[in-house]
Design a protein around this ligand. Structure first.
Ligand SMILES: [Fe+2]
Length: 232
């Protein structure tokens, strides 16, 4: 299967800080039978330019690729976790942050009550820029939505939801994670791993919990959607 959301590239964001750490994270992904890892470093438009980000990502990628050469690591794809900003809908450079060779953009929304403006910007990304939007770790925003009107409007758009494997593991978050997965039907899964200790790759444990609750069929649906979005 695919780990759709990771901070596994070395020294590019608040994820892995060392090449050795990235390699250990890749080893853990392989041990969990992850076949493809999508590297999605944070992109913040108020701190970075698309051009600078892509250059740093290229450097980080070639460093990791060189270090992994000859081994049997999962395949790597490159994208970004793009943080929302007002105006993102018409910012055409954003397309360059899609997962390579796709028009799939992993979008992180603010941790607050969602607004009409956010809905409009997402709609513009989909309709005008023709991007395929995947909303990152949807379960993490839910508690902020005291009014679910915009939440419902956003999920009525033709977009996809990503959930973190870890949300299915912890007692405090599991119930909501199961409920949202049921509501969404299908999602893509990511570990959102940042390191080897406090936020390690944990896809396998997440799949096991989902299998136990919903059966093998749900995992197949997730896998099919992930493969479709990755164009594999
Ligand atoms: Fe993330």
């Amino acid at each position: 299967m695919i780990d759709f959301h990771t901070h596994i590239l070395p020294k590019i964001d608040d994820g892995s800080q060392k090449i050795g750490e990235s390699m250990e994270m890749m080893r853990q992904e392989a041990a969990q039978k992850v076949e493809m890892v999508v590297a999605t470093p944070h992109f913040y438009a108020d701190q970075d330019s698309v051009h600078r980000f892509l250059k740093r990502r290229e450097d980080s990628v070639s460093w990791l690729r060189q270090s992994l050469a000859g081994g049997s690591a999962p395949s790597l794809r490159f994208g970004a976790e793009v943080y929302y900003f007002p105006g993102i809908g018409s910012a055409e450079l954003i397309r360059q942050l899609c997962m390579e060779e796709t028009s799939v953009l992993l979008l992180e929304l603010p941790f607050c009550q969602w607004t009409k403006e956010m809905f409009r910007e997402i709609k513009t990304l989909i309709k005008r820029q023709q991007l395929t939007i995947v909303l990152a770790h949807i379960e993490r925003y839910y508690a902020y939505q005291k009014d679910l009107t915009i939440w419902n409007e956003i999920f009525a758009l033709p977009l996809y939801a990503q959930m973190n494997a870890g949300s299915f593991l912890h007692r405090q978050t599991r119930r909501l994670a199961f409920r949202l997965l049921e509501q969404m039907g299908t999602v893509v899964l990511g570990s959102d791993c940042h390191n080897t200790n406090s936020r390690p790759p944990n896809m396998q444990k997440g799949w096991e919990m989902i299998r136990k609750k919903f059966g093998e069929e749900k995992l197949s649906e997730i896998e099919n959607l992930e493969k479709r979005l990755c164009g594999t």
